[in-house]
Ligand binder design. Structure first.
Ligand code: ATP
Length: 586
């Protein structure tokens, strides 16, 4: 058992919070790591990330603020309202706790790092009936023994507010300084981190075996590999030039990227790009892999896409997002079938493939997947001319994809974990049509959400402005692009505009759950405009008995509070955009 007082960590946090620049930060972090016994090094690295286990372990500390307030009140022997008042004054529960505990009379530092982390694990693990009370007791007990400074950081840790400004690169720099003779070693450590996503593991291997041992680390099922990402360009010839005149043009499917791991025990786990575990959300994908993944141990990557097996058609992104939910999974699996389109094989039965060039990985992938209607490889064609690339792009779009990911086929085309480099270049329709310009649309209605969005709005009915008639005809409904915070804010923001009946200046065929007086303007990005009998914008102006509809719209995150509804995009502009896009397609 290695000993280290938690106070040492808290003091380092305090100094790092006040550090004047990045160099000072690295130095202070290095001093902390140098002081840390090797056995506690992984733990202290996680603590500096604001975690108690690697990110992908999915250990959720996040305590509700209310509960944390009660724990502080119990430890400081004051009423919760006093804590809340102090919280309001300081704006930070950590500081509030620090001050209240100091007023109570400080405790001598006695907490050990291992002990603190052990209790935090118990807090995270408590679930089921009575778990809130248990979490409260455990935290209050910990705070009761903490110094005021320790309490400050414990609270920030449990409420996820630990922002020291230390990112992973800073911690890697500090590790390199202490254990590898200087920051020159950082790329080696970074590569190791990118292939195992576990800073504690990198630190442990480094402390034990030095840089050579870190260099010898390989990808391993169970540890998610940080995703390789793509650059973007909008011009085919330029893409070819970047890739040396030749590339593999792969369809770019619009879904959720997953990395599937089958470990030696046969278990299959799915990780998202943000390292969340989602196997429970996609039991059908797990089943597909159980049947179609050939190697016993493997890491494959692919895009989960909503897919209509009867029609053999890809469905838009919104549908697969319906599958990102905690409850009602069986129904969602039934209502929204998905397919997995695989594009990478990173590991198979003892072999790390990340250092092989793309063509070899792709060939191995073809061997590793027994394809079925819903488990496939991404469509890929090798192209070596601008015309060939253009044809592949057109075909991808016709088949319902966003565009292409053009991949280097050179001998240097390794899998660059965690990097957005030039070995992959994406080419999307959005970058090419006139509609890559955003439009500003007015909210005129809302539909209640389902699933994850139950209780709020799931989609908004949006309108353009027709100045000649001074009406707001509808052009689309949009539920994509909203962050959780945006969604949570919507009902309150829209409440003053809500109406029981269709407002006079709104011109619409469909009946949303709630109508709104035109007042709120949102910036929307859309892939394309089509003719539709369901929307009223420019009704009959392009074609008889049809209006213009926007397909696959997405909120950009910008609330155009600076615009009045009459400043929104006009129907004349929409007609112009529609005609320009059509000309560009010819
Ligand atoms: P975007 O919003 O364009 O998807 P992004 O920032 O999410 O961009 P990028 O790395 O820029 O991600 O684009 C590549 C993404 O496209 C991958 O992360 C993956 O989810 C998706 N994708 C779809 N088809 C493929 C494919 N054939 N090969 C690689 N990635 C693909």
């Amino acid at each position: 058992m290695a000993y280290m007082r938690y106070e040492i960590v808290a003091e380092a946090y305090r100094d790092m919070e006040q550090a004047a620049g990045r160099l000072a930060l690295v130095d202070r972090m290095a001093a902390l790591l140098a002081q840390t016994p090797a056995a506690l090094l992984p733990t202290v690295c996680y603590l500096c990330q604001g975690l108690i286990a690697p990110e992908f372990a999915g250990v959720d500390l996040g305590l509700a603020e209310k509960l944390a307030v009660r724990a502080v009140a119990a430890a400081a022997a004051v009423g919760p309202e006093q804590v809340t008042a102090m919280l309001r004054e300081t704006g930070d529960l950590g500081q509030a706790a620090e001050q209240l505990l100091a007023a109570r009379g400080g405790r001598p530092a006695s907490l050990q790092v291992a002990e603190v982390v052990g209790i935090l694990h118990q807090i995270a693990a408590a679930e089921g009936p009575g778990s809130q009370g248990r979490k409260l007791d455990l935290l209050a007990g910990l705070l009761d023994r903490a110094t005021p400074l320790e309490a400050r950081y414990l609270l920030r840790l449990v409420t996820k507010g630990l922002r020291l400004g230390v990112g992973t690169p800073t911690i890697l720099d500090s590790l390199a300084l202490v254990y590898a003779g200087g920051r020159g070693a950082r790329p080696v450590l970074e590569r190791a981190y990118n292939i195992c996503s576990d800073l504690g593991r990198v630190a442990a291997v480094l402390a034990e075996g030095g840089l050579a041992a870190v260099e010898g680390l390989h990808v391993q099922p169970g540890n998610p590999v940080r995703a390789m990402l793509a650059q973007r360009l909008s011009d085919g010839p330029e893409i070819l030039a970047k890739l040396g005149g030749r590339c593999a043009a792969e369809y770019k499917y619009d879904g959720v990227r997953v990395q599937a791991h089958r470990t030696a025990d046969g278990n299959i786990e799915l990780f998202t790009r943000r390292l969340e575990r989602v196997a429970t959300q996609f039991p059908d994908v797990v089943e597909l892999l159980r049947e179609g993944l050939v190697p016993g141990e493997a890491i494959v990557e692919g895009e989960v896409v909503a897919f209509d097996p009867a029609a053999g058609e890809l469905r838009p992104f919104q549908e697969v997002m319906f599958r990102r939910r905690k409850y009602g999974i069986a129904e969602a699996v039934r209502d929204v079938p998905v397919g997995l389109f695989c594009f990478e094989l990173l590991y198979a039965d003892g072999q790390d493939l990340t250092t092989l060039p793309y063509p070899e990985r792709r060939a191995a992938l073809a061997e590793a997947i027994a394809v079925s209607p819903r488990l496939r490889l991404t469509t890929a064609t090798e192209v070596s001319s601008a015309d060939g690339l253009e044809a592949a792009f057109e075909q991808a779009v016709t088949d319902g994809c966003e565009g292409l990911v053009c991949k280097s086929v050179s001998p240097a085309s390794v899998y660059q974990a965690g990097a957005r480099g030039w070995l992959w270049i994406k080419l999307k329709r959005d970058y090419r049509t006139e509609l890559s310009d955003t439009v500003d649309l007015v909210v005129v209605g809302a539909f209640y959400g389902r699933g994850r969005r139950r209780g709020g709005y799931g989609a908004l009915l949006l309108a353009a402005y027709d100045p000649a008639a001074d009406v707001f005809p509808t052009v689309t409904r949009c539920g994509t692009g909203f962050s959780d915070a945006d969604l949570a804010a919507l009902p309150a923001r829209l409440a003053p505009l809500a109406r029981g009946e269709r407002p006079a200046r709104v011109y619409a065929w469909q009946e949303p759950d709630v109508w709104f007086e035109p007042g709120m303007v949102l910036e929307i990005l859309s892939a394309e405009l089509t003719l539709s009998p369901n929307y009223t914008a420019a009704w009959g102006q392009v074609k008889q008995d049809a209006g213009l509809a926007m397909r696959f719209p997405r909120f950009t995150g910008r609330w155009r509070d600076d615009k009045s509804p009459e400043d929104a995009t006009t129907t004349t502009e929409l007609i112009e955009l529609y005609r320009t896009a059509r000309r560009a397609q010819r």
